[in-house]
Design a binder for this molecule. Structure first.
Ligand SMILES: C[S@@+](CC[C@H](N)C(=O)[O-])C[C@H]1O[C@@H](n2cnc3c(N)ncnc32)[C@H](O)[C@@H]1O
Length: 407
């Protein structure tokens, strides 16, 4: 424990860096529940992608000095935080963190380190857009302490990159992977999106093959979702085809088979990793671990409370300048509600979720028995596991009726 951090839970084994631990190992999920993390939201983007509804700011609106002002505000927010615990994982997400210079990101890391401490082997991860990358940028990130990079490749088909509104050529993510390896990142991941109506089976097959040939350690695959308020949603409402659920299910299965054959384990519905390379931050959040969130729109979960920050930059800045935490809202959860959250999140883990009193009530009820009998879920080594990841949301929805009675 660092002199600045207060331990809020038992110290957990650090397994993520151990190459023989498979990403879907239940022991890893158990450990991840105890990990402490921090999320830092960097909202800037060169432009908004047509499918994205994340809390972002178009850079053209912030002008010169906008990045420095934001980094100063995040550091001020970290200083407002109570003691937590040394961090097992830090994740810079967005938005597009790669819009910010490594030395500025390093200042935030320095503030986290001096406020909370970093546990041995702490994973420090960043989401990057391929077009922002350079060897100098990579070297700067490694020098600042980053250990893991997640590259927003999305597709290796030029047509699909075009309809997704992406600003990079299909060959660029491969160059970024090679450069990240050369710079010394311990773990390299790519993000993919599947199921755009323009995508063909062959196009997806080629994207999957190319991603696997890059020999990355980790791949996140997301079904294209039509989020309200996005350009994509407006297009769909004006008559453009929407992504087809059955086709997306086929694409997902295709990916799972190919990636498993290449040595990846699915450890969460959308996340696949080679042994030793599960993303700690991902695992910890799905395993209901505690995390602090900093920056505009960031979420936070600790000590039975869930909070979220303002999604508007002006509101975020004005609270910070008054020396108050920039909260849009907070709720304190009862023990039953915490068990329910752990259940809903943990259903997405391939290792499943611990049999809490909430999980046992679900199993004992009509829905649970029905799903058990139908082979949709199973109980394995003291955990409830969804056998078919595509049915995770359906099982979660059933359990909502159970929680409605608890309020
Ligand atoms: C915070 S976002 C963007 C990070 C980075 N700026 C980029 O564009 O790659 C993280 C990931 O969420 C996924 N994503 C965002 N919106 C999505 C949507 N509507 N449907 C499916 N995946 C989405 C993308 O794969 C993206 O890489």
């Amino acid at each position: 424990m660092s002199s600045t951090g207060r331990s809020v839970g038992p110290s957990a084994p650090k397994r993520a860096a151990e190459p023989w631990i498979r990403a879907n190992d239940p022991l890893l999920a158990d450990a991840a529940r105890e990990w402490k993390s921090a999320y830092v939201h960097i909202p800037f983007c060169a432009r908004r992608c047509p499918y994205c509804d994340f809390a972002i700011v178009d850079e053209s609106e912030v002008g010169a000095g906008g990045h420095d002002r934001y980094i100063d505000a995040v550091i001020a927010e970290i200083a407002l935080e109570s003691n937590f615990a040394p961090l097992d994982a830090v994740n810079f997400g967005g938005g597009t963190p790669s819009r910010i210079q490594p030395h500025q990101l390093g200042r935030v890391l320095g503030a986290l380190k001096s406020r909370f401490g970093l546990a041995p082997g702490c994973e420090i991860s960043i989401e990057v857009n391929p077009e922002d990358w350079s060897h100098a940028f990579a070297a700067g990130l490694v020098a600042a302490g980053f250990t893991r990079v997640s590259i927003g490749a999305q597709s290796f088909d030029e047509t699909i990159l075009g309809v997704l509104g992406r600003g990079h050529a299909s060959t660029l993510p491969g160059e970024v992977v090679a450069s990240a390896r050369a710079a010394g990142f311990a773990s390299v991941s790519v993000d993919l999106i599947y199921g755009h109506p323009s995508e063909t089976t062959m196009s997806w097959e080629e994207t999957v093959t190319t991603a696997l040939e890059l020999h990355v350690d980790h791949i996140s695959t997301y079904a294209l979702t039509v989020e309200p308020g996005t350009v994509l949603s407006r297009e769909v409402h004006s008559g453009a085809p929407r992504p087809d659920d059955d086709i997306q299910a086929d694409r997902y299965e295709q990916f799972c088979e190919a990636s498993a054959a290449a040595g990846f384990d699915r450890y969460e519905v959308s996340n696949h990793a080679k042994p030793g390379y599960a993303c700690r931050y991902n695992l910890a959040t799905w395993a209901h671990g505690e995390y602090l969130g900093f920056g505009m729109g960031a979420h936070d979960h600790r000590w039975g409370t869930r909070s979220r920050n303002h999604r508007r930059l002006d509101r975020y800045y004005s609270d910070i300048s008054e020396g108050i935490q920039p909260r849009l809202g907070s709720e304190t959860l009862s023990t039953v509600e915490q068990d329910r959250d752990e259940f809903m999140l943990g259903l997405r883990l391939a290792a499943g979720v611990r049999l809490s009193p909430f999980a046992r009530r679900f199993l004992d009820g009509d829905e649970g028995s029905r799903y058990l009998d139908a082979g949709i879920i199973r109980v394995d080594a003291g955990r409830l596991v969804v056998n078919d990841p595509m049915l995770t949301d359906a099982v979660a929805r059933e359990s909502l009726s159970l929680s409605a009675g608890d309020r």
